[in-house]
Design a protein around this ligand. Structure first.
Ligand SMILES: *[C@@H]1O[C@H](CO)[C@@H](O)[C@H](O)[C@H]1NC(C)=O
Ligand SMILES: *[C@@H]1O[C@H](CO)[C@@H](O)[C@H](O)[C@H]1NC(C)=O
Ligand SMILES: *[C@@H]1O[C@H](CO)[C@@H](O)[C@H](O)[C@H]1NC(C)=O
Length: 253
């Protein structure tokens, strides 16, 4: 059943589930690390007076880099040793209410991982992974199922310290006066890549700058989003496979 009037966040609120989320846990060596240990904390995470600190929807702010205020140099965040060629991962922050239901990534859309070499090239990010739809009705990072994805740090990544930028995108249609309403759930980890190196990562982009409101993959066509009552989930009239996430091509080493 279709209902274009129902906004999914309201539906989720009605069920007592947090409407938004952050990804505060880095997974290294197949182990979940403590929240905000290796991920840069975002300010006012939970019930901030700043509005909805969990996501970014203004592409021109510095917050699009690592989430609210987390683009600043953060001396409290630890740096995780990661072997080149191994998988890493991210997991939704345990929050209020502290139960399994709150651990879902439930806004539909892709996930992407970028790296930037610290400190000299910290503003130059290259993309190492993206994960999109499984088929026209489900995303890999599906909101209604608890799933991790485990992107690989390319084997030939030059060793050293990196900023790891993770984004999960909820692509949305533009609305009335607003050019784009797509939400970006962005969080950054600090990692130290150990390996032989040998690769030349690229192309690189900057945040803010890489995405504009009219870039391909930022918005979906007006009228294409609807709420599926049976699935309790947003769907797109054109299907999810008909979408390519924004940004540069992937560097895989
Ligand atoms: C992951 O495993 C490697 C190899 O054993 C180790 O050097 C590194 O410290 C581990 N990283 C973390 C964050 O535990
Ligand atoms: C789409 O993918 C989901 C998740 O893997 C699966 O449950 C569903 O059956 C798939 N739908 C079709 C039409 O294949
Ligand atoms: C994908 O979207 C474009 C533009 O809206 C449309 O022309 C095309 O038919 C769509 N493809 C599928 C498979 O739905």
């Amino acid at each position: 059943m279709k209902s274009s009037m129902l906004f999914p966040a309201l539906v989720l609120l009605a069920k007592g589930i947090n409407a938004y989320y952050t990804l505060g846990h880095l997974l290294v060596n197949n182990t979940e690390t403590l929240k905000w240990a290796y991920m840069r904390d975002v300010s006012g995470v939970e019930f901030s007076e700043k509005g909805n600190p969990q996501y970014v929807d203004v592409l021109t702010t510095n917050d699009v880099r690592c989430g609210r205020d987390a683009w600043r140099l953060n001396h409290e965040t630890l740096t995780a040793d990661v072997l080149a060629g191994s998988v890493i991962g991210v997991r939704k922050t345990r929050s209020h209410p502290d139960n399994a239901a709150s651990d879902w990534i439930y806004h539909i859309g892709p996930g992407q991982v970028y790296l930037a070499k610290a400190p000299a090239n910290i503003d130059d990010l290259f993309k190492i992974a993206t994960i999109g739809a499984v088929n026209d009705t489900d995303w890999y990072l599906d909101g209604l199922k608890l799933r991790d994805w485990n992107p690989t740090i390319p084997k030939s990544t030059p060793p050293g310290k990196y900023l790891l930028r993770h984004e999960q995108i909820w692509p949305r249609p533009p609305q009335e006066e607003v050019i784009q309403t797509t939400q970006f759930y962005v969080n950054c980890a600090q990692i130290n890549v150990i390996g032989e190196g040998g690769g030349t990562p690229g192309p690189t982009v900057k945040f803010p700058g890489a995405y504009a409101a009219d870039s391909p993959g930022i918005s979906i066509p007006k009228g294409s989003e609807y709420y599926d009552e049976d699935r309790k989930q947003m769907q797109w009239t054109m299907g999810f496979l008909n979408y390519t996430a924004p940004g540069p091509q992937i560097w895989s080493g």
